[in-house]
Design a protein around this ligand. Structure first.
Ligand code: IPM
Ligand code: MN
Length: 352
């Protein structure tokens, strides 16, 4: 297979972890005889600095001309405490999602047996938790009508039937292929937008009789996620709720540095870690490359290269079992560097 991949390392630890995603894909493609090419683009603070735009037209073009995007992270503290900043690195990510039509963000939360003790939850609660959060990504408050002045500000949480139907369809289909349990998370006791979500989900549930569909308010879901994460199989929710719940979900596994995600829709799909740019760790060679490497596995699996994806997952699991890991996993004193862990995983792929 021929694969053209756009690589957008972005900011902070982005460039350091990006390399290991690229190397893992290259190693697997060499092994299975695929022809892969990587082209690099700028995004986020790096792009603001270079050309004054967090998602430059050139980067957009590069994404459009590629089969997939391997993205790392954006964000820089320089912009965080400056509410008057006109452009922000995060706008680059939002523009990328919107312009590529990436309405479905798939965030799997899995636990690794050897890391149960790292979870902030008791091992007996978290053991075996395995769920998928499907977050709507191009609607809601993030993109609704906004107003900002010194005396009043608002964001509008608007959703159309079309936007709701297409994301629910993705969710029902994932549920069909998994344990056939879909939880629709909303705030229908308060929000009009949530009531439309619920109405449409009830209509669609009739078309998927094999799926058990239930409804949960977001506040309750936030609680249930830490009380009984095994309850969940597939969760679907709007953009803002999904942003919050997936950060909560991501630490259940023991480290945020482990979890990948995929954003798909009408344009080129994007694969990226759930975690952010962690600016404090930039250049220190301490960031965990695994979320990025597992994003590479999700990328390959998207193109039905299942054995290839599985080999990456096996290599990652082996590194964790061997305790060949970064300090977020091993504790500060015993950790290996980002590049050593990345290298270990690549060598495992080459040997197996
Ligand atoms: C995420 C991030 C982004 C979001 C930020 C960086 C704009 O937190 O991908 O979850 O809020 O969607
Ligand atoms: Mn987030």
């Amino acid at each position: 297979m021929d694969l053209k991949i756009a690589v957008l390392p972005g900011d902070g630890i982005g460039p350091e972890i990006s390399t290991h995603g690229v190397n893992a894909i290259q190693a697997v493609c060499d092994k299975f005889g695929h022809n892969v090419t990587f082209s690099y683009g700028i995004v986020g603070a790096a792009a603001i600095e270079a050309v004054g735009d967090p998602f430059p037209e050139r980067t957009f073009k590069l994404c459009q001309d590629s089969d997939a995007v391997l993205f790392s992270a954006v964000g820089d503290p320089k912009y965080d405490n400056n509410p008057s900043a006109k452009v922000r690195p995060e706008q680059g990510l939002l523009a990328m999602r919107k312009k590529l039509g990436l309405f479905a963000n798939i965030r799997p939360v899995e636990t690794f047996k050897c890391l149960l003790h790292k979870s902030p939850l008791k091992p007996e609660i978290v053991n075996g938790a395995d769920f998928l959060c499907i977050r709507e990504l191009t609607g809601g408050m993030y993109f609704g009508k906004k107003h900002e002045s010194d005396t009043e500000a608002y964001d509008t949480n608007s959703y159309t039937r079309h936007e709701i139907e297409r994301i629910l369809k993705v969710a029902f289909e994932y549920a069909t292929r998994r344990r056939r349990h879909l939880t629709v998370v909303d705030k229908a006791n308060v929000l009009a937008s949530s009531r439309l979500w619920r109405k449409i989900a009830q209509e669609m549930a009739a078309e998927y009789p094999e799926v058990t569909t239930d409804f949960m308010y977001v506040d309750n879901a936030a609680m249930r996620l830490i009380q009984d994460p095994r309850f969940f199989d597939v969760i679907v929710t709007e953009n803002t709720f999904g942003d919050i719940l997936t950060d909560e979900g991501s630490v259940i596994s023991g480290s945020m540095g482990l979890l990948p995600s995929a954003s798909t829709g009408t344009g080129t799909p994007v694969f990226e870690p759930i975690h952010g740019s962690w600016p404090e760790a930039k250049g220190k060679n301490i960031a965990n490359p695994i979320a990025q490497i597992l994003s590479a596995a999700m990328l390959l699996e998207y193109f039905n290269l299942m054995e290839e994806g599985a080999l990456i997952r096996k290599a990652v699991k082996a590194s964790l079992d061997e305790k060949f890991s970064t300090p977020d996993i091993t504790g500060e004193k015993h950790g290996h560097g980002t590049s050593a862990v990345g290298q270990w995983i690549v060598e495992y792929i080459q040997r197996h």
